[in-house]
Structure formats: structure tokens, C-alpha cells
Design a protein around this ligand. Structure first.
Ligand code: PAF
Length: 286
């Protein structure tokens, strides 16, 4: 496995890679969710490239950029064990040299949900993913369903900019008690870690109601609200039951599928913001 830092090192290494190349962009501190993307990429591609870059421009001023967990030696060992061929670890200066002033922004799809709660976040994500794609030039890129809106936004950007890259969205990987894996779970103390299971519980209850025939989107959102409301250490920031392609809020799910998603603050004094979601209707149809 080769590790490169600069664009020129990356391009030199990329030249000799047989295609198709599968690409897994990450911010590091890897967990089973990331590794599932690497495994899928390895199964579908001749070579696997991963990137590790904590992207400063996708964090708001009051967000956790400085605290975001980092462990490069551990990440590299995990990627090597999974059979990644090339890892790109650019520095912030390499990615955003002085004078940098070009942004890539997707419009409508970034207005609701995470986009509404985290102003500027998606502009930072799409700008860095555009630069990562330009560097790696993959045939396929792998994203997790946990950041469902991110995957939808990146797919739209790829389509709009005519890049010949397939965006593959992989299922959420969960701990045994249902908590979706996330690098941010490391912020939770034992009581908060226990309370954080409420996200999956709320989605499971809404899913059970859907399976039993509930199609009223308001009723499904209410189940999530009520379940999260029952957990003293959890504060619901939003719950959404939206069209899985346009992300517009639905009144009814009778027409087919819906993305039921939520953000929850978990904690006593320092609060950790966690997200989770489920596709109602046909989970496999990404
Ligand atoms: O999902 C992430 O880890 C990041 O948003 C990504 C796609 C690597 C861009 O920084």
C-alpha cells in the first residue's frame, strides 16, 4: 500500500493503477462503516484508493474541527489490512493553498435537513469531494447511507458536472445495540453512549408502524419525536420524512419510498450531535 500527500505524488501513483479504480473518501478515525466501503470497493474494482482528510471548510465555526478524532497510524494499518492500494493524506495547505477561492455548490438539495442546520457545510463537502475526485479520477466512489443527504448531493454534483463516476451508497453499519457507527461516537461517555441508542430505537418504531400500514408522514415523524422525547439525555434537533430523491417533506408515504432522518443532541453538558436515518419502502434502492 502506498501513501501519498501531494497532488503531484498522487497523480504519479494514479497513472500506473489498473482500472476500474474504486475510491473511498474519508475524514479518518476509521470504523467498520468505512471498512465496509473499502471492502465493497475492493470487491468491485481493480484497485482501491482511500483518502484521509479532515476537511476544515465543511465545519462551522462552532463545530468540532479541533476536537475531531485523528489517528493516522491506526487508520493506515486498518486500510492496509483491508487491501487498499493507495492512500492519499493531503494537508490543509495542499488542498487549500493561499489564494484559494473556487467553490462547488449544489443548490436546492442542500437547503433542507443538514444543510439548514449546518450553513456552509455542504458547500465545503462538495468543494472537497470535487477536488478529491479530480485528484483520484475514480470510476466509482463509495459513500455511506448514514450521511444520506451527502450521498444524494454528491450524486447530483457528479451528474451535473458530467463526471463519469458511479456513486455507490452502502448500508449503515451499526453497533450490536443499533447505534450507527460514527467517529463522533467517541465523544460519548457511558451514560450518553447508552442514551444514544434512542436514535435507532425511534427509527425502528417508525419502521414498525410503516410496516404495519402507517403512511401518514406526520404520524411517522411524531413516533420519532415521542421516542426521542422519552430519553432525558437526548434532544431532537429535527426529524424529517422526505422524498428520497428531492428531499421535499412528504405528507404521505403512500406513493412509495421515503427517507426518514433525524439529528439528535446527546449529552449533559457537552452535547454530541448524532444523525441517523432509514429508507422506508425499499432500503436497497439507492
Ligand atoms: O463523509 C465524510 O467523511 C466527509 O464528508 C467526506 C465525504 C470525506 C468529505 O470530507
Amino acid at each position: 500500500m502506498r501513501v501519498v500527500t501531494t497532488f503531484s505524488e498522487l497523480w504519479a501513483a494514479r497513472e500506473s493503477l489498473p482500472e476500474p479504480v474504486g475510491f473511498v473518501p474519508t475524514m479518518g478515525y476509521l470504523h467498520e462503516g468505512h471498512l465496509s466501503l473499502v471492502r465493497r470497493a475492493r470487491a468491485e474494482s481493480a484497485r482501491v484508493v482511500a483518502s484521509i482528510f479532515v476537511n476544515p471548510i465543511q465545519f462551522g465555526p462552532a463545530e468540532d474541527l479541533a476536537a475531531y478524532p485523528r489517528d493516522l497510524p491506526r487508520d493506515l494499518a486498518l486500510l492496509e489490512a483491508e487491501g487498499a492500494d493507495l492512500v492519499w493524506t493531503p494537508t490543509p495547505e495542499e488542498m487549500y493553498p493561499p489564494g484559494f477561492q473556487t467553490w462547488v455548490a449544489v443548490e436546492e438539495l442542500t437547503r433542507p435537513l443538514e444543510g439548514a442546520m449546518r450553513p456552509g457545510h455542504f458547500r465545503g463537502v462538495t468543494t472537497v469531494v470535487a477536488k478529491l475526485f479530480n485528484g483520484v479520477q475514480p470510476q466509482r466512489a463509495y459513500f455511506g447511507q448514514k450521511d444520506a443527504q451527502q450521498a444524494i448531493v454528491v450524486r447530483q454534483m457528479t451528474r451535473d458536472l458530467n463526471w463519469p463516476i458511479e456513486i455507490v451508497v452502502c448500508p449503515i453499519v451499526r453497533e450490536s445495540d443499533g447505534l450507527a457507527m460514527s467517529s463522533r461516537n467517541t465523544y460519548l461517555d457511558p451514560d450518553e453512549r447508552q442514551a444514544a441508542t434512542v436514535l435507532h430505537r425511534a427509527l425502528t418504531e417508525a419502521q414498525a408502524a410503516f410496516d404495519a400500514g402507517e403512511r401518514d408522514a406526520g404520524a411517522l415523524r411524531e413516533i420519532v419525536r415521542r421516542t426521542v422525547g422519552g430519553e432525558p439525555l437526548a434532544d431532537l434537533q429535527y426529524v424529517s420524512c422526505a422524498h428520497p430523491e428531492t428531499l421535499e417533506e412528504l405528507e404521505s408515504v403512500a406513493g412509495g419510498r421515503a427517507l426518514l432522518s433525524m439529528a439528535v443532541y446527546v449529552g449533559k453538558t457537552t452535547k454530541t450531535r448524532l444523525i441517523d436515518n432509514v429508507i422506508l419502502g425499499d432500503e436497497g434502492a439507492w
